[in-house]
Design a protein around this ligand. Structure first.
Ligand SMILES: CNc1ncnc2c1ncn2[C@@H]1O[C@H](COP(=O)(O)O)[C@@H](O)[C@H]1O
Ligand SMILES: [Zn+2]
Length: 348
């Protein structure tokens, strides 16, 4: 980790809605994976982007390929998922939506179905151990894999939505934004929506995707990841902004991810400012806490210090994230209750 966040931000109860499993693997867990697979000759410097370092988004995607080499059995996935869940819990996250791309690996016999089952098993195991966090799962589509794989992924997600007792709640569209086009994925996304899966889509993470964003907004998605280049000031358009506002689609905003991935020049230029000033639902998230060496407390603290938010404003921000979760209304009520209980402790 680059810094330790102040106590207030760690104790602040938080909701994390945008976390890719394999991007969230901590230094300590990477250490364990390196010991399991010394023959790969992978070093820490290949799996994370440290303090003050920046990479192009393209280079970030190389990092994921390295991590995927390290996480290629059910055993690895189980360990990684349990570690990641416990780390979020230790950081004060009370509700977490993890997302991950089911992968099959011929070498190890890993199947996509086994992948999803293992993540669900990890979630169940943490629950049985009494870890103080409610975890849900979004099955991810990697956009580079095209139409057919997207449709298969939706079918799998649908199956697990029906059998996982509420753990699988939705679908994520992610992957290298410069590869593939949303139009080819539209039928799969439409199908997901029709069968009751919630949709969180990475949109306009890079510039010049306005046409795709405009098209996919017609679904409409239930949440947007990043949305960095949607507003007119950065080459977006007012009509796209109007669609987002009209449909009241919350944004998942990941400050450090965008700064380290160089799609945003610096923290003060982050589009959090634009959407927050509009009063539009904006949720602070980590994206890839392992790769970008951050955690959710730190992201809240960075937002507060960069944009001059008071502690009460930070509290409200974390509380309003509850409105944006994909789990049902009863879960939202429980979380609101929890926030109310914790408020007096934090502001005594
Ligand atoms: C930095 N901005 C980003 N933009 C788009 N997709 C991203 C991403 N960060 C992560 N992913 C997606 O998540 C995968 C790794 O986790 P999982 O193997 O699925 O658990 C990456 O391969 C990519 O598809
Ligand atoms: Zn992401």
């Amino acid at each position: 980790m680059d810094h330790e966040a102040d106590v207030f931000y760690r104790e602040l109860p938080k909701v994390e809605l945008h976390a890719h499993l394999n991007g969230s693997v901590s230094f300590q867990t990477i250490e364990k994976l390196l010991k399991r697979k010394p023959h790969l000759n992978i070093e820490h410097s290949m799996t994370a982007i440290g303090k003050g370092q920046r990479r192009t988004l393209d280079e970030c995607f190389q990092v994921f390929k390295v991590i995927h080499q390290l996480v290629d059995t059910e055993e690895d996935i189980l360990m990684v998922a349990i570690d990641v869940i416990k780390e979020f819990a230790a950081d004060g996250v009370k509700y977490l939506e993890l997302r991950s791309t089911p992968r099959a690996e011929k070498k190890t016999g890993l199947t996509k179905k086994g992948y999803i089952e293992t993540v669900i098993k990890a979630i169940q195991q943490c629950k049985n151990e009494g870890v103080d966090i409610d975890v849900r799962f979004l099955v991810a589509i990697d956009r580079r894999n095209g139409t057919e794989v997207a449709m298969e992924t939706v079918e799998l997600a649908e199956e697990f939505m029906l059998s996982s007792h509420g753990v699988v709640v939705g679908l994520d569209l992610s992957g290298d934004p410069t590869v593939g086009h949303g139009r080819d994925l539209l039928p799969a996304l439409q199908r997901a929506k029709n069968c009751g899966l919630k949709l969180s889509l990475h949109l306009s993470e890079v510039q010049s995707q306005l046409e795709e964003t405009d098209l996919l907004l017609n679904l409409p998605p239930d949440r947007i990841g990043h949305g960095t280049f949607m507003h007119p000031e950065v080459g977006g358009s007012q009509s796209v902004v109007d669609k987002v506002i009209k449909n009241n689609i919350p944004l998942e905003l990941c400050l450090t991810s965008n700064v380290k991935g160089q799609t945003v020049l610096n923290y003060s230029k982050h589009h959090f400012k634009y959407w927050y000033q509009l009063g539009h639902p904006s949720v602070i998230c980590t994206d890839d806490k392992g790769v970008f060496c951050t955690d959710l407390s730190q992201e809240y603290q960075l937002a507060a210090s960069t944009f001059g938010l008071s502690r009460e404003a930070v509290w409200t921000l974390s509380q309003q994230a509850i409105d944006c979760i994909f789990a049902p209304e009863a879960v939202k009520q429980q979380l609101r209750q929890k926030w109310t209980e914790l408020h007096s402790q934090l502001f005594k």
